[in-house]
Design a protein around this ligand. Structure first.
Ligand SMILES: Nc1ncnc2c1ncn2[C@@H]1O[C@H](COP(=O)(O)OP(=O)(O)OP(=O)(O)O)[C@@H](O)[C@H]1O
Ligand SMILES: [Mg+2]
Length: 259
């Protein structure tokens, strides 16, 4: 295990559990809302276990070909080009499938043989059977509370993973993270974090997603750059959260109590 260059502030025992899953070659699912630190955690852990990281942002159009690979035509000849899954299997890399629930079912089914003890992929286009190189691991993320698509992972997929639940950090941890990421002094960061905790507790606002750590960092970075505090909260947090003018007003009123 190497010293990490990337900053990651742990919230629980996730580092230990990632290391165990890695050692066991078990796929790992990270569940949690947007901007709470899932990607940062995976980047940090890839560095820590010393494996390359290959990230794939999954969406409705992502096909099995995008993941496995395709033949491409170059100078009148055809070449096989590995997709990220095959590359990760060959190189013993960590494959991070971001928003895996957004992917089409054919992708998920294609993944099953590499997700269980077989750790093998049959590439039908090249007739190749590929065994995972040591170090290969699949990490996937998904957001169980995301309301826009009522997509769920099938139990047969979900149960091939060990899963860690992420949420926004506790207030003192979040102050550390925002301070470190933005460089803004802690007394100022504390106000932003307290305001954000207040917004998170307001159920009646009807926000699709609430204030993420990422948004707090945005506001903190603006203040650190010398922008006025209320305007920074408006630009960094409130306007990014909602387009409803009534909600904007309610959030501005709440912010006025802190800034
Ligand atoms: N525990 C943490 N340690 C260090 N930085 C963190 C931590 N949690 C959040 N961050 C900061 O918050 C930002 C957003 O986190 P990240 O991109 O990892 O979120 P995410 O959960 O992957 O979100 P999404 O679901 O939208 O992809 C990071 O770039 C980092 O600056
Ligand atoms: Mg992410």
């Amino acid at each position: 295990m190497k010293e990490n260059k990337l900053f990651y502030h742990p919230r629980d025992r996730e580092i230990e559990f990632f290391e165990k899953a890695y050692k066991l070659s078990w796929p790992l699912l990270l569940k949690g809302p947007t901007g709470c630190g899932k990607s940062r955690f995976v980047q940090y852990m890839a560095e820590k276990v010393g494996r390359p990281l290959i990230e794939v942002a999954c969406h409705e159009e992502t096909s099995a070909t995008d993941l496995v690979g395709r033949y491409i035509l170059k100078g009148g000849e055809t070449f096989w080009q590995d997709g990220p899954l095959v590359k990760a299997l060959r190189d013993g890399a960590i494959l991070y499938l971001d928003e895996v629930a957004e992917a089409r079912e054919d992708i998920i089914v294609a993944l099953h043989p590499v997700l269980d003890h077989r750790r093998t992929l049959f590439i039908d286009k090249t007739r190749e059977t590929l065994h995972a190189s040591p170090g290969f691991m699949i990490v996937a993320s998904y957001n169980p509370h995301y309301q826009s698509h009522l997509k769920e992972l099938k139990p047969s997929t979900k149960q091939r993973f060990m899963a860690l639940s992420f949420d926004y950090p506790r207030e003192d941890d979040e102050v550390e993270i925002v301070h470190k990421e933005s460089g803004l002094e802690k007394t100022q960061v504390e106000k932003l974090v307290r305001f954000s905790a207040k917004v998170r507790s307001l159920d009646h606002l009807d926000l699709r997603e609430t204030v993420s750590t990422r948004l707090i960092i945005a506001a903190a970075a603006l203040i650190k750059e010398g922008a006025p505090r209320r305007a920074s909260v408006d630009c960094g947090i409130i306007q990014a959260l909602t387009d409803e003018s009534e909600t904007v007003e309610a959030l501005r009123e709440a912010a006025a109590l802190y800034f």
